[in-house]
Design a protein around this ligand. Structure first.
Ligand SMILES: *Cc1c(COP(=O)(O)O)cnc(C)c1O
Length: 373
């Protein structure tokens, strides 16, 4: 079926666009010999894992559930990082993961004996903030719980680990990676020759149009050659950037100084980053408020007054029943869904490379009820 025939609300994963992203990432792997993993935190659309697995080295996870998903559905290299692991989970993680990365020396010491299969690593905090004003996404912010600072890094732990990991970026270009690597070398340089791998985390916006791939490759080569390291990157966003849409229908139009479209999609339930980050998601065929002839506020069916997606303008007057298409909705969307207010979860569809859409998951009342008791 065509995208405009889908029952709404519905996420649509764009296979063609995802393949284009994967081609770019594959080229970075080929040029540099690094390995790139899908960070499932951003995108866990496992129906696409067979395709992603043809291009990338594997998956990375934030805990047991994502690790299981990567193991079951992609079955390639599988890594995990968590601020803390449960004793009950660690044996299974050791069985299904190739790399286990710890967030503290205490966690490493607690579990190093149980982990007999996986290669162990420690997350470091280079204390180099490059993100400006997004403190909630900055693992280098003062007081951060994420990663061991140089002051707290005990060289003794090198006896038990094969690698170091850092993750400090979010939607950033390679110049910020270069800056971060300078801090990593300055603070942890003496240890880099004593490990065999370095994982440079996610947040590399590699598939964005203005991304400096050449500089990324230079950074990778430099670390690889200077310290004789295997290099890993684990982007989430870059894999599925611009590779998905959220299709919604206009259910009503209410008037109170501004005209508000009541949609069957919600910021709070279906695109929580809009409120959390916050940001204004791109919408097909629209402009800024006032830019085109007809301006509306886009909102939803929840009771939350602030469940507002943003103000947008259109060339034509919007009618009840019209479909609207939010762009860049594959990342941090499906993985963050909730059923607050009893809102239905959007279906999940795939748009195949010939433009045909196929619904691969339908959600209903049982999905709402089964998470409550
Ligand atoms: C969030 C996260 C990623 C992926 O980040 P993106 O911004 O989606 O590329 C990778 N590694 C770790 C440890 C993360 O927390």
């Amino acid at each position: 079926m065509k995208i405009n025939q889908l029952q709404t609300p519905c996420y649509v994963i764009d296979e063609k666009k995802m393949r284009e992203n994967l081609e770019i990432l594959k080229k970075v792997q080929e040029d540099t010999g690094c390995k790139i993993l899908l960070a499932q935190k951003a995108f866990s659309g496992f129906a696409l894992y067979p395709m992603i697995g043809k291009y990338l080295a594997g998956t990375t996870a934030s805990g047991l559930f994502e690790a299981r998903l990567g193991y079951e559905e992609m079955g390639k290299e599988n890594h995990v990082f968590s601020p803390a692991y449960r004793t009950e989970d660690i044996e299974e993680l050791d069985r299904i993961c190739d790399h286990i990365i710890f967030n503290s020396t205490a966690q490493l010491k607690k579990f190093k004996e149980v982990c007999t299969g996986a290669s162990l690593g420690l997350r470091i905090n280079p204390e180099c903030s490059t993100q400006g004003d997004h403190a909630i996404y900055d693992p280098c912010a003062p007081g951060s719980r994420l990663g061991v600072t140089r002051e707290n890094f005990d060289g003794e732990c090198l006896k038990w680990i094969d690698g170091l990991h850092f993750h400090t970026l979010c939607e950033q270009n390679a110049d910020d990676l270069e800056k971060t690597l300078q801090a990593v070398e300055e603070k942890f340089g003496e240890f880099l020759s004593e490990v065999s791998w370095l994982n440079m985390g996610g947040g590399h916006h590699i598939t964005r149009e203005d991304y400096n791939v050449k500089l990324l490759e230079k950074c990778i080569q430099h670390m690889k050659e200077t310290y004789d390291l295997d290099i890993y990157l684990e982007p989430g966003e870059a894999v599925a950037l611009n590779a998905g849409y959220l299709v919604t229908e206009v259910m009503d139009i209410v008037e109170n100084e501004i005209r508000t479209l009541i949609l069957d999609a919600s910021a709070a339930c279906h695109m929580p980053d809009v409120l959390e980050m916050p940001y204004r998601p791109p919408l097909k065929d629209s402009g800024e408020a006032g830019e085109k002839a007809y301006t509306y506020r886009l909102s939803s069916c929840t009771c939350l007054a602030g469940d507002v997606i943003g103000d947008y303008s259109f060339d034509r007057e919007i009618q009840i029943g019209d479909k609207l298409y939010f762009m860049d909705m594959a990342i941090y969307s499906m993985v963050k869904n909730n059923t607050f207010n009893g809102m239905p979860l959007p279906d999940i569809a795939v748009m195949h490379e010939d433009g045909e859409c196929e619904v691969i998951r339908h959600f209903g009342y049982e999905d709402f009820k089964s998470r409550l008791s």
